[in-house]
Design a binder for this molecule. Sequence first.
Ligand SMILES: *Cc1c(COP(=O)(O)O)cnc(C)c1O
Length: 414
Amino acid sequence: MKESDLLAIVEEFGSPTYVYDAEKITSQYERLTNAFQTVPKLKLHYAVKALSNLSILKLMKSLGAGLDTVSIQEVQLGLAAGFDAEDIMYTPNGVSLQEIERAAQLGVKINIDNLSILEQFGSKHPTIPVCIRINPHVMAGGNHNISVGHIDSKFGISIHQIPHVLRIVELTGMHINGIHMHTGSDILDIDVFLYASEILFKTAKNFKKLDFIDFGSGFKVPYKKDDIQTNIEELGEKLSVRFNDFCQEYGKELSLNFEPGKFLVSEAGYFLAEVNVVKQTTSTVFAGIDSGFNHLIRPMLYNSYHHIENISNPNGRERYYSVVGYICETDTFGNNRRISEIREGDILKFNNAGAYCFSMASNYNSRYRPAEVLWYNNEAHLIRKRETFDDILKNQVEIDLSTKKKKKTISKAV
Ligand SMILES: *Cc1c(COP(=O)(O)O)cnc(C)c1O
């Protein structure tokens, strides 16, 4: 996408706006499938929570993806986007047995991550196959907030509890059709990932009727120029060989599944916002934009880096800015960034705005959530309207506060 295309989108649809480049999503999808082309059965389940717009889901479907969902509502979105139930994996954490039963009724693949629900579900529905989510206790990446494989994580059934799982399976007669892990975001060390995979293979041998092994996701994408990222090609080369060997040993051609979110959509997304005010203080120059953590919370929540450019003045003299929002709290998008000279009214572009950006947006400060645009076949398509004041009022129930409270009369007991 060219910067002139992005400026034209703001011109047409206003600011702030999220833009997604379908071509980039497609090329990432192909990059991942190419890396595993020697695996006969490969299935990518796109993690809906990263970016859940229906048109994005439809794009994923057209590429051949299935979906990974974490709530019954995400399941419903997937069905609304036209996915077959069997192409939807439901991987919740901490949800009720009733919600899992509803998902099972809809026909999606069920993934269970605790012993209590496994036992209850297996006792009630022994004929419905389920996948189990394993915690291999392997740390991927260094950031505690986004590592979910370590020992005190709330996710998955510990590998040390496999004997217990086997007892439940035997007692209930339930059918385990898959083994799953998702060790969290930002896999950098391929050897660590392969090590965790070995634990998964070892676990898999305990179950005789598997259809798939799901390696989750957590591929790291670059946020800056020359940033480190998961070497997908190397991972593909090494894991494919090992996976194919395992299937031989196991005696069945299993499906190798992944659940990429960030990898598919992060770099395809841009967040465009307009500069309301340039404020010079004694120490800093602030560029205040028409947005805040109500629209893009990752910098404040995860300390994540989003590269910022001034696309209205790309050749201006570079200066240092702190880019901040309009929320009445500290909402700094970037501190001391070198950006070409910012003037009030300029449009700033935030990179890596495809994953966990719009999907985490809120109405805080009673602001509207932004519009979303899909750049597809060299054309801008509005895929979500900007909210309006009606959306702020929707679901609020006004009560009548005009009637005076009646004095309570105390009736004496006779
Ligand atoms: C969030 C999530 C993913 C996607 O993770 P990314 O880092 O965005 O690729 C995959 N699987 C499960 C179970 C998840 O919860």
